[in-house]
Design a protein around this ligand. Structure first.
Ligand code: 5GP
Ligand code: ZN
Length: 113
């Protein structure tokens, strides 16, 4: 499997992992776009959000629960944070293993660029 994030899960590529359980791992983005920029990914390889199946519903819900826990632990939950999942190229998706971006620590703009 040539997927970059699968390699991070397998620990073949180093990342600053801040949380892991049997379903997901979370690690710091290598090129942070905000003071807090963490990626939450499923251990299961799902290439884009278009590939999410009904059987993945609990897994996707768990990704959001983990994001909430990390936001709380990093003390950004009350002020606010942004969760983003890009899908396909025009959105800016560059790694084709789904990931939830947790962005916080500065004011976010809307509409996004
Ligand atoms: P996307 O553009 O697909 O939504 O997000 C991919 C994210 O993965 C980007 O924010 C990028 O900085 C991050 N990223 C790419 N390669 C690596 C890597 O090797 N390690 C880590 N920690 N993050 C990466
Ligand atoms: Zn993968």
């Amino acid at each position: 499997m040539s997927c970059l994030f699968c390699k991070i899960i397998e620990k073949k590529i180093l990342a600053k992992i801040i949380y892991e359980d049997e379903q997901v791992i979370a690690f710091e983005d290598i090129n942070p776009q905000a003071p807090v920029h963490t990626l939450i990914i499923p251990r299961k390889h799902i290439s884009t959000s278009l590939e999410i199946k009904q059987e993945d519903n609990a897994l996707i819900g768990h990704m959001f629960q983990v994001a909430n826990t990390i936001a709380t632990n990093k003390n950004v939950a009350e002020k606010g944070f942004r969760l983003v999942m890009n899908c396909n190229r025009e959105s800016g998706q560059t790694v084709f293993h789904i990931h939830l971006h947790l962005l916080a620590g500065r004011a976010m703009h809307w509409p996004p660029g």
